[in-house]
Design a protein around this ligand. Structure first.
Ligand code: OGA
Ligand code: NI
Length: 339
């Protein structure tokens, strides 16, 4: 069978290599969509700055995930970007084949399940296209898809607006935490990666997973969901579904924010499940520190209480993360100073 699921036709049963063992399957128990995950109206920021800062801080502390409406990113640009991403996965298999790669050093790679496809025991129900979005030397854009023919222009404009949005959120979080102005500028926010998930309908969603349970290892992530649910968050001992709110942006603080905030901020544990009726596309954008930068709990937050983590270099965290099967608590333990 063709390795990319976006090329599959008439899938009537879940292929064996996608069936998880019973203890790792989502199962048949319905997961309820939660209305509790905070929705922040950023349109209020100029008039009610202090309140908005507090809301974002509390959402990050309590949930490690929130949604933002009136975020300032052009909604028509978001829709266009969603369309070019969907169109890319609808391209003929021969076109997409030229982007297929499991090499993590490649600028732009299309793969299925994970980069570890050849070695993993069970496959995840997704295709993924990942490429860098910042910094953006011209030759880099050349590695992006050129079809649909508006892809580069649309995604280029989207990357810039999303970056501005995420830097604003970081700025707000910095204010909420009492960090010095401009704390996140420079090396901490040097890189940006776009990651698009595409899932076809799954004949039996109780057996398969579209993405494993994980925390994002970066500084901060945003997700643009389409109108098909699938994202779930683990909180207070159970999974809850994240609502798909039209035009909203989902924000997930990454593990680096958990460390920098000296554990004041959470990074939500999340996963993606499949559904049997509709294909689903999600756009993720991750802001990532430069490889060589030192990450440590902010001095402002360790004056009166001990630092929970030692200082480390980001690339060491990331290699430990992938080396430990992307298991957040196991990785964090390697850098913890206190139990
Ligand atoms: C991710 C992620 C969720 C989704 O890419 O890290 O969690 O809904 N994506 O696709
Ligand atoms: Ni994630």
């Amino acid at each position: 069978m063709d390795i990319l699921m976006s090329n599959w036709k008439n899938v009537e049963s879940v292929p064996k290599s996608f069936i998880f063992p019973p203890d790792r399957r989502p199962g048949n128990n319905p997961v309820l969509i939660s209305k509790d995950i905070p929705v922040i109206d950023l349109g209020n920021f100029s008039n009610h700055g202090v309140e908005t800062i507090q809301q974002i801080l509390e959402a990050s502390q309590e949930y490690g995930i929130f949604q933002v409406i009136n975020h300032g990113v052009s909604v028509s640009l978001m829709n266009e970007t969603m369309n070019v991403c969907k169109d890319f996965f609808d391209m003929p298999g021969e076109y997409k084949a030229s982007f297929y790669s499991n090499d993590p050093t490649k600028n732009c790679r299309l793969y299925t399940s994970t980069l570890n496809y050849d070695k993993e025991e069970f496959h995840y129900w997704r295709d993924n296209l990942t490429h860098r979005c910042h910094p953006l030397p011209q030759d880099h854009i050349q590695s992006w898809p050129d079809k649909p023919n508006t892809y580069r222009e649309t995604v280029g404009a989207y990357s810039v607006q999303i970056r501005e949005f995420l830097l604003t959120i970081l700025d707000i979080l910095g204010q909420g935490l009492g960090l010095e102005v401009g704390f996140f500028e420079g090396e901490l926010t040097k890189n940006q990666l776009m990651s698009i998930n595409y899932h076809i309908p799954c004949p039996d969603p109780s057996l398969a997973l579209a993405m494993p349970e994980h925390c994002d290892p970066n500084l901060i992530s945003m997700l643009q969901q389409c109108d098909v649910p699938g994202l779930e968050v683990y909180k207070d001992g159970h999974w809850t579904g994240v609502e798909t709110i039209p035009d909203a942006i989902v924000v997930i603080p990454g593990l680096q924010l958990r460390v920098i905030s000296n554990e004041k901020i959470k990074s939500a544990i999340h996963r993606v499940v499949t559904n049997s009726t509709e294909s689903r596309t999600t756009i993720g954008m991750f802001v990532i520190p430069s490889n060589e930068i030192a990450i440590e709990p902010a001095r402002e937050l360790t004056r009166n209480i001990p630092a929970v983590y030692t200082s480390y270099v980001y690339k060491d965290f990331f290699s430990t993360f992938t080396g430990k099967g992307c298991e957040a608590e196991t990785v964090l333990k390697c850098f913890r100073l206190v139990d």
